[in-house]
Design a protein. Structure first.
Length: 94
């Protein structure tokens, strides 16, 4: 039987991986530019540029994420990626 996750470990380590955007890869793969994409999905060019540069200084807009998946006809993991941390955290308390 699973027990509670050891949250104390996660809080102390403060390294639980990171999120990365792969919009640049999709744009290059489709042979378009940021202006075309911004216009096609009705999103400001500067926002597309931030996503293109993997700039996560602001919260992700789920509506933009959905628009990107729709435009590129791809699953969410083709747009956004979780990169694991270098260490293992306990997931159960023995």
């Amino acid at each position: 039987m699973k027990k509670d996750i050891n949250l104390e470990s996660l809080v102390k380590i403060k390294d639980y991986g990171s999120i990365h955007l792969k919009v640049k890869d999709r744009i290059e793969e489709h042979g378009i530019n940021r202006h075309i994409l911004a216009k096609a999905i009705d999103v400001q060019y500067d926002i597309i540029t931030r996503w293109y540069n993997d700039d996560l200084t602001t919260k992700l807009d789920m509506d933009i994420l959905a628009k990107l998946c729709c435009y590129f006809q791809c699953p969410i993991e083709d747009i956004i990626e979780y990169r694991r941390c270098d260490h293992n955290l306990p997931t159960e308390i023995e």
